[in-house]
Design a protein around this ligand. Structure first.
Ligand SMILES: NC(=O)c1ccc[n+]([C@@H]2O[C@H](COP(=O)([O-])OP(=O)(O)OC[C@H]3O[C@@H](n4cnc5c(N)ncnc54)[C@H](O)[C@@H]3O)[C@@H](O)[C@H]2O)c1
Length: 320
């Protein structure tokens, strides 16, 4: 029995969820709700969390998991920019309607606080970085728009129903248990493992803010306790701008294949050209400070993929 009380994590069988839950279990009773549609194939097998199979699109399936939990971390979503451009309707359903269902369930069950997994880059759009909480959101993809809607409902539910909400805008998250993802770190590592060319969309100058999942988890755990009045928003990022070409280069070095071929393809719609964020507000509010240097975090992630062997190629990739 954890001493800090119960917590429910929606989407807790996904990449971020399985990494987040392990340390949370040291001090809390953790419940997981997931429909397993896009779950990570690794990382949850020996976890002592109570599992509830449910779908955020089916309000009735949420009730048992939400009963008697003071705090909820809402991760369940469709996380791909590219997929959202191809199918904005499904993205809207899970990310907006699903989030509304989760908030309704939270209010109905008397939940005190809901943490919402938002995004930095996709939500802000093509603003000149570094962005922060005062930057004007202007999403350029349906995925970014869906997360902006979620943030709006967080604010509205805090005001209308006294549900405390904390919106956390994640950078590009990487780390172990990400074999099912389709983001740059996972696809570049798989290409290096298979001896296939790394594919970069665009000329490689697009930049992102890569944050290790362990650092992200520390930020999420701290945000469970930070005093908020109604609703607050924080960027959880590394503060470091890295181009996609730099990312590929670091991974080539880490893999011991510095001359591994890179193929360039046309840039994809909906993807922002430059992004990184400052985390000063989170640092001041709850001492957030990422510990992982990108080079070390990528080396550790490479080692994790190698430790999984061929298995990483058999899992169906989902999103970024
Ligand atoms: N990974 C990143 O780089 C990143 C960056 C910014 C924001 N985020 C956000 O963080 C959250 C978690 O991302 P992730 O990388 O762990 O994704 P993921 O796809 O690995 O995990 C999502 C989980 O949600 C579950 N899920 C999907 N639809 C569901 C539904 N209708 N009902 C119940 N469960 C459902 C899936 O089965 C999966 O286990 C998402 O909200 C995502 O938008 C992620």
């Amino acid at each position: 029995m954890g001493n800090k009380g119960k917590i429910l994590v929606t989407g807790g069988r996904g990449f971020i969820g399985v990494n987040l839950i392990q340390p949370l279990l040291q001090s809390r009773d953790v419940r997981v709700l997931d429909n397993l549609q896009r779950a990570s194939p690794t990382g949850w097998q020996n976890q002592a969390a109570d599992f509830f199979q449910g779908d955020v699109l089916e309000p009735g399936s949420l009730v048992p998991a939400f009963t008697d939990v003071p705090k909820v971390i809402h991760l369940a979503a469709y996380g791909s920019v590219v997929e959202s451009v191809a199918d904005p309707t499904s993205n809207f359903a899970v990310n907006v309607h699903g989030t509304l269902n989760v908030m309704n369930a939270a209010v109905e069950a008397g939940v005190e606080r809901l943490i919402f997994a938002s995004t930095g880059g996709a939500l802000i759009g093509d603003a000149t970085p570094p962005v922060d909480e005062r930057s004007l959101p202007k999403p350029i993809s349906p995925y970014g728009a869906s997360k902006l809607c979620g943030e709006a409902y967080c604010h509205a539910f805090a005001k209308s129903y006294h549900l405390e909400t904390v919106c956390l805008r994640f950078g590009n998250v990487y780390g172990p248990h990400s074999a099912h993802k389709k983001g740059a770190v996972t696809t570049f590592i798989k290409a290096l493992m298979k001896d296939e060319p790394i594919v970069i969309y665009g000329d490689g100058s697009a930049s992102r803010d890569y944050i290790h999942v362990e650092d992200l988890g520390s930020g999420i755990a701290a945000a469970l306790e930070v005093p908020v009045e109604g609703s607050e928003t924080f960027h959880l990022a590394s503060g470091r701008e890295t181009t996609v070409l730099e990312l590929a280069d670091i991974l080539r070095q880490v893999a011991g294949k510095p001359h591994h071929p890179i193929h360039f393809k046309a840039a994809r719609r909906g993807e922002v050209s430059r992004n990184f964020a400052t985390y000063e507000k989170a640092r001041c509010a709850f001492g957030f400070k990422p510990k992982w240097r990108l080079e070390d975090g990528l080396a550790a992630t490479w080692e994790w993929f190698i430790s999984q062997g061929e298995h990483v190629f058999s899992v169906e990739a989902t999103d970024s």
